[in-house]
Ligand binder design. Structure first.
Ligand code: ADP
Ligand code: MG
Length: 239
């Protein structure tokens, strides 16, 4: 049976603002199994990033339950959350977030440095991952010497290098043109076929249609959660 990677039950998140308590997530129930590829859509301000930050152990919920690989995380300390983050999760952001004065190899190897892996093994694993995303010849380049699409592929290599259980990508193609965006989505499709579990937030239908499941947020709640195949949609960029 497939392992449940993520489970949220009645998940809530409020912020304290000058105007008082402001609830952004009103009780979100979401289950994600190993090998799934989910696109999260929804209007700006509907709580997608807030939800992703909680899934990513970057932020804590104010109500409900979040289980990551079966373990409830809402009672973990910040250090314990950081440990789960490093061990189980990989992140891809809209702005690539690569270190500007480090080359690709150093950037991709960074999570392994945090994991205290010795340098020779670190560089070998990072180089393997750089080759897997098609950037072998550019390993010694700095990010500003690469195109946006190449930088995002490097960020994906960095997200994958420590063999996470789940990759979370928030608007990963938001800064890319159509050709580079399709290239990134082809890479995600290939990685998912090889077994990677993926959650991608996007406001672009073309990007969402590369996933296998679509989860739609509105006003801090999930209002739709379905498989693309059930909707009669043929997934994009798959042959
Ligand atoms: P999305 O990613 O769907 O555009 P967000 O999760 O970023 O939405 O934001 C959802 C709502 O939460 C917005 O109304 C936003 O203004 C509010 N919000 C996000 N972060 C904070 C914060 N740190 N303090 C107060 N309000 C916040
Ligand atoms: Mg957002």
């Amino acid at each position: 049976m497939l392992q449940t990677v993520i489970e949220t039950l009645d998940l809530k998140k409020s912020y304290h603002t000058e105007a008082g308590e402001f609830e952004v997530l009103h009780g979100v129930g979401f289950t994600l199994c190993q090998g799934e590829f989910v696109a999260i859509m929804g209007p700006s301000g509907s709580g997608k990033s807030t939800f992703m930050n909680i899934l990513g152990c970057l932020d804590s919920p104010t109500g409900g339950v979040y289980r990551l690989l079966g373990e409830p995380v809402e009672k973990l300390s910040p250090d314990e959350l950081a440990a789960r983050r490093n061990r189980y999760l990989g992140f891809v952001f809209q702005g690539f977030n690569l270190l500007p004065r480090a080359d690709l190899l150093e950037n991709v190897a960074l999570p392994l440095l945090y994991a205290k892996m010795p340098s020779a093994r670190r560089n070998k694993k990072a180089m393997e991952m750089i080759e897997r995303v098609g950037l072998g010849p550019w390993a010694k380049r700095q990010p500003n010497q690469l195109s946006g699409g190449q930088q995002q592929r490097a960020a994906i290599a960095r997200a994958l290098v420590a063999s996470p259980s789940l990759v979370l990508a928030d608007e990963p193609t938001g800064n890319l043109d159509t050709q580079n965006s399709d290239e990134i989505m082809r890479l995600f499709i290939e990685l998912n076929r090889q077994g990677l579990t993926l959650v991608v937030v996007t406001h672009e239908p073309d990007v969402a249609e590369c996933a296998l499941r679509l989860t739609r947020f509105r006003d801090g709640l999930i209002v739709e959660d379905s498989l693309l195949a059930e909707k009669g949609l043929k997934p994009r960029l798959r042959n």
